[in-house]
Design a binder for this molecule. Structure first.
Ligand SMILES: *Cc1c(COP(=O)(O)O)cnc(C)c1O
Length: 240
C-alpha cells in the first residue's frame, strides 16, 4: 500500500479545512464572539508535504508534539507557518526548540519554566508560554492542578525572558462524549488569570488553547482562541 500526497487525499484535506473554518465561525456566532479564533494544524505523524499543502490552504499555525519528529520535518515545511510546541516537553529538550517555535503550550512546572527562561535568555529572545492545566484532575495526565495554577503563574513574572500568554488544556471526555464542563472551568480560570495579571510586566493574557478534533466547536463557545486540530484535518493518524 502506498501512502502520500495523492490528489484525492489532498482534496479531502482542502475540504476539511473549509469545513472546520466554517464550523469555527458558526460556533463564534453562537457565542456572539467577534474576536479571532486560530485554527492550529496538529502535525504529528503527518508528512511534511501534506503539512505544507495545508499551510498553502490557509492553516498558518502548526502544533508540534515531538521534538525529534519536528526537527526532522521542519526544513521541509513551506510557506513560513507559525509553529508552536504543544507536546510534553522534557527539560533537557528545551534547548533544541527554543529558537524554532513561537510559543510553548505545555509549560506545567517551575523546573520546566525555569529552563525555558534560561534557554530563552541565552538565545536573546523572549519565549511566550501557556500553562497547561490538568483540568480533569487525571492522575495520568500532565498539567498543573487548578489549585496550583496561581502560584505557578505568579512565578513566571520572576523571569524576564518568558512571557505568560494564557492557558492550555486537554480535558477528558465524559460519559456523554462531552468536554463542556471542563471548557467552562477553563474559561473561568482564564478570566480570573486575565483579571489578576492584566497590565503586569511579563504577562499578556490573551490565549486560551483548547478544543481538538472532537470538541473544537464546544471549546470555541467557551472562549478558546486556538483550537488544535489533527485527525479532523489530516485524517486518522497512522503510527509507524
Ligand atoms: C494530537 C493532539 C491534538 C490533536 O488531536 P486530534 O484529536 O487528532 O485533533 C491536540 N492537542 C494535543 C496536545 C495533541 O497531542
Amino acid at each position: 500500500m502506498t501512502e502520500g500526497s495523492s490528489d484525492s487525499r489532498l482534496s479531502v484535506i482542502a475540504d476539511n479545512i473549509k469545513r472546520i473554518e466554517e464550523n469555527i465561525e458558526k460556533a463564534k456566532l453562537d457565542a456572539s464572539r467577534s474576536d479571532t479564533v486560530r485554527l492550529m494544524g496538529v502535525t504529528k505523524t503527518v508528512d511534511p508535504e501534506i503539512v505544507s499543502f495545508s499551510v498553502r490552504n490557509g492553516v498558518k499555525l502548526l502544533g508540534e508534539n515531538r521534538v525529534q519528529e519536528f526537527l526532522d520535518k521542519r526544513d521541509r515545511y513551506e510557506g513560513s507557518p507559525e509553529i508552536h510546541f504543544i507536546g510534553g516537553l522534557q527539560t533537557n529538550k528545551v534547548k533544541y526548540i527554543i529558537d524554532k517555535v513561537k510559543m510553548i503550550h505545555s509549560a506545567d512546572s517551575e523546573k520546566l519554566i525555569r529552563e525555558i527562561a534560561h534557554r530563552a535568555g541565552n538565545a536573546q529572545l523572549t519565549m511566550d508560554i501557556l500553562i497547561e492545566v490538568n483540568i480533569g484532575g487525571e492522575e495520568s495526565k500532565s498539567g498543573v492542578k487548578p489549585e496550583a495554577l496561581d502560584e505557578l503563574a505568579d512565578m513566571v513574572g520572576e523571569f524576564p525572558d518568558v512571557r505568560l500568554r494564557g492557558l492550555m488544556a486537554i480535558p477528558p471526555v465524559d460519559v456523554n462524549g462531552s468536554s463542556e464542563k471542563y471548557f467552562e472551568r477553563m474559561q473561568r480560570l482564564f478570566g480570573d488569570l486575565r483579571d489578576r495579571k492584566n497590565g503586569v510586566p511579563g504577562y499578556l493574557i490573551d490565549t486560551l488553547s483548547m478544543g481538538m478534533s472532537g470538541d473544537y466547536e464546544a471549546a470555541v463557545r467557551h472562549g478558546s482562541t486556538i483550537v488544535r486540530v489533527g485527525s479532523a484535518l489530516y485524517g486518522q493518524r497512522i503510527y509507524k
